[in-house]
Design a protein around this ligand. Sequence first.
Ligand code: TYM
Length: 344
Amino acid sequence: VKVIFSGIQPTGVPHLGNYLGALQQWVELQKEPSSSTRLFYCVVDLHAVTLLQNPQQLQIWRRETLAALLAVGLDPDRCNIFFQSSVPAHCELMWILSCTASVGYLSRMTQWKSKLSLPEQSSVQDAAAKAKLKLGLFSYPVLQAADILLYGTTHVPVGEDQLQHLEFARECAGNFNAVYGHVLTPPETILSPAKRIMSLKHPMLKMSKSHADPRSRILISDSMENIEMKIRLAMTDSISGVSYDPVSRPGVSNLLSIMSHLDEEERSCEELAEACKGLTLRQFKDKASQTIDKGVSEIRDRYIHLMQSSGASALDAIARQGAVTANKEAGATMADVRRAMGLH
Ligand code: TYM
């Protein structure tokens, strides 16, 4: 039996990077027969609080993220959708994994290093900046490993930015098993075809929820007008014509890549570039906006409907049901873990 697990942080409405890089794949996996593939999709609210969050804002974001998961087409009858904080075993297993996880490995993780290296600051400020860094941010990957290992997960569908975290999760399983015998399953990664969607404003950086400029990303709830505005303002170049060349034309190539992943005829970036060859930049951007609008319009409508109509109670019921199954499954793994360690 295959067990799929993946997570998303509730730090805003998901953007095209989340959708194409992960959520589309999550939905695709529902097509596998339920007798052979179990699905766990988690809104990782405890990961979100590794950075300071406003409580009211976080509460809204949790609900928006849950609504977004349903809007993209996840079926609560087919998969278990739940909040991480509803399953206490995530924290318990995290502690246990911490006891066999390597500090050296964690300190080499790029996400941590990117927070550590503040190149323009003097060493005095550097020390102050380091003092502000929190333990939770450092051990973030251990919680992620616990998420995955709790469910006997065999496959984790993610975008490229999560590869290092999944490598670490395998390492955690190996470290634990080396001491206590084979209890935890090292998971495989499923890398989506749209593994890295870039920012509209800085096409050398990935599209991200945390970037200060909201025009750098398109949300799955954006209106046609918003999409058009963001695409018109997207950074491209002054070379005439349309061609696919991610190195020298990152902006244009990112738009082609987004179009390709939403294209009904499933054309490649090169094929789309050929089809758009004669267009002016303005015409090309209008075409990109239309493709994106078409690709997200159903999702957007469902999202707006879910946020308006069913409000709190229907969404809560789905999360509650998901948490019941998740707690049961996690409880079984924890029983094995406790037995292996003599904690029974
Ligand atoms: P998060 O919330 O940042 O992103 C959710 C998913 O979206 C993918 N993604 C992208 N893919 C392509 N291009 C982009 N620009 C882009 N931006 C985001 C991410 O790769 C991810 O798959 N640490 C995780 C959440 C997590 C998790 C887990 C994932 C916690 N526990 C266990 C898998 C398994 C995160 O912050 O994802």
